[in-house]
Ligand binder design. Structure first.
Ligand SMILES: [Fe+2]
Ligand SMILES: [Fe+2]
Length: 273
């Protein structure tokens, strides 16, 4: 058995029986066990898993990329089916987060308290550092800001010590799966910057075989998009399954730049390595 990556929740669905939502949830299945990375924003990951014949009770653990609701609100529906599992993330995932624009302030953080997650899970493991959460599967820890462009999105805020400030997403982490031919990099929203994330992972793990997940790229500035595309070309991964917050406006550019190596992700998609 090789490595199988299944998108359980994404903005778009692959076939009529699957459901889509603004969210992301990806299961990584390896011979050593399965890890769920993010849970989407509802019970859609659970429903799509059932349709795909994926038994969430077999999960070894769950990891959360960052605190936004579209990656974390599905956690309790997942735990209620999967049973008690360990949940990994950064301590900042529980900070209140907001979208603010045009006089509107909307809560977009995790809708659960630490206490609620503790009560349903097999424990919450919060940390800043890189951690191996299952054999050859790693959470990156905080992503080093090493790229020339680090984009701070103007509408996204975090509340620290009672003060609202532009969100610098210290909590943003990626999942890395080691294989004999390089690593599979799985991102949540890549709010730390997809270029920073790629460089961080290359520096610590070497060759990147595939990139799967959200990139937030379409929402950043043109200079960042250009430099990130340039970097992704250099990476020369065999598959770029860029999805979720990558944004449909970038699809045409990605097809032009990467041809068949670019695969728009969808709920229900199965990728074998
Ligand atoms: Fe997201
Ligand atoms: Fe996000």
């Amino acid at each position: 058995m090789g490595i199988r990556v299944i998108i359980l929740s994404d903005n778009v669905a692959a076939a009529p029986e699957f459901l889509g939502e603004h969210g992301l949830s990806i299961i990584v299945q390896t011979p050593g066990g399965s890890v769920l990375f993010d849970c989407g924003q509802s019970d859609i990951a659970v429903r799509n898993a059932r349709l795909l014949g994926v038994d969430l009770r077999q999960l070894e653990c769950i990891a959360l990329s960052h605190g936004h609701y579209d990656h974390t609100a599905g956690l309790l529906p997942v735990l209620s089916v999967a049973g008690g599992k360990k949940v990994y993330g950064h301590p900042d995932i529980f900070l209140p987060r907001f979208f603010m624009a045009g006089g509107v302030k909307r809560y977009i953080g995790i809708p659960y308290s630490e206490k609620a997650v503790w009560s349903l899970s097999d424990g919450l493991v919060l940390g800043h550092e890189q951690r191996e959460i299952l054999g050859d599967i790693y959470l990156t820890g905080e992503i080093e800001r090493i790229d020339e462009y680090t984009f701070i999105e103007p509408n996204l805020y975090v509340e620290r010590d009672g003060e609202l400030e532009p969100d610098d997403f210290r909590d943003d982490q990626a999942l890395v799966v080691r294989t004999n031919e390089g690593v599979i990099l799985v991102t949540g929203c890549a709010h730390a910057g997809i270029a920073n994330t790629v460089k961080h992972v290359q520096k610590r793990f070497g060759k990147i075989k595939a990139v799967i997940g959200g990139t937030h790229l379409g929402l950043t500035d043109p200079a960042h998009i250009q430099s990130a595309l340039h970097l992704l070309k250099e990476v020369d991964a065999e598959k770029l399954v860029l999805t979720h917050c990558t944004g449909i406006r970038l699809c045409g550019v990605l097809i032009q730049e990467f041809g068949e190596r670019y695969i728009p992700g969808q709920s229900g998609m199965i990728l074998d390595f």
